[in-house]
Design a protein around this ligand. Sequence first.
Ligand code: DNO
Length: 402
Amino acid sequence: MKQTWRWFGPKDLVSIDDTLQAGVEGIVSALHHVPTGVVWTPEEIAQRQREIGTMKDGSASGLNWDVVESLPVSEDIKKQQGDWRAHIDNYKVSLKNLAEAGIEVICYNFMPVLDWTRTDLAWRRPSGATCMRFDLTDFAAFDLHILARPGAEEDFDDALREAAAERFAMMSEDRRAELAKNVVFGLPGAAENFSLEDVRQHIAEYAAISEDTLRQHLVDFLSEVVPAAEELGLRLCCHPDDPPVPLLGLPRIMSTEAHYAAVMNAVDRPANGITLCSGSLGARPDNNLPGMMDRWGARVHFLHLRNVRRETDAIRGSFFEDEHLGGNTDMVALIAACLREETRRKEAGRADWSIPFRPDHGQDILDDLGRKAQPGYPSIGRLKGLAELRGVIAGLQYGASA
Ligand code: DNO
């Protein structure tokens, strides 16, 4: 298992020097400044590679850009409208440019409008650490009373509607504004500059797109890009919905094992793969992460290892981002399944036997607190997560060889 780390580029508060001290072996990055749909040029890709390859004093870091997260799929492609065909052509050119630069693993997602959704970005734990949280009552309060989305009432039962109305009534104006900001933080490019009207507009455009239609659009996209990726020696891997339930009336198609099975089988090629994100998928009690790894491991090209603590047994419920070895997913069992998959790959002679993983998210602890890093991406909290995961891997490997 290759220990990687998400790096947001030169503006990231964590430097490449820092990642080396964390024991990182490879970097996950993206050209966040290139607008979605536009080609990633060889020059821009080379520039990011140079940044990753260089320490502050100019010496070589020895690190490579191993995984692209994400090469984003435009809303036009998801809706099959406007410039979608040109965007698919551009996507293929970006894939070619990335392949020529020696990068093989490309993560993307197919979530409409919002990439991820939380109600709290710094929720306090009893230890004083803070973490991200999804509170269903707060979310319902946002949907029903702040966004005031037409049709939202149908998405919540009486008890939840009542609780949300009460919660909303008790919220200060500041909390209402903060909640709205938190929920749409995962709206690409809109974090600082959104309006609720924009959000309503984005959502309205999906009114005629059912779950089946959206899945067909994903399959159409993959039917075009997977053969191209395969020829270039690339592995695409789709990140799950986060949280893995329908939200804001939008269709969700990558939330469960059955969803993945449908899309993997529709374009049944190794280059059509999975980003197994234990944190996203683990927010549903019916997703069995070690089982998914056992059954779909051959197609898992990238792993996000983190843990959430679910607060109810409902399919859709509140949860918070727990420590990497806390939470509801049995992380040791999941890593054991990953190691089993690597053994199978070695036996099959697969060159890609070592699966890149990153410690996904982390709680803010110690000097992370108040540092205002990208939500979910503190330096020390992630370093702690990585160290714990590394310990589990070493222990399981020792156990296997002893
Ligand atoms: C959140 C991340 C997601 C992820 C994309 C992948 O912290 O896990 O933003 O990078 O969904 O396409």
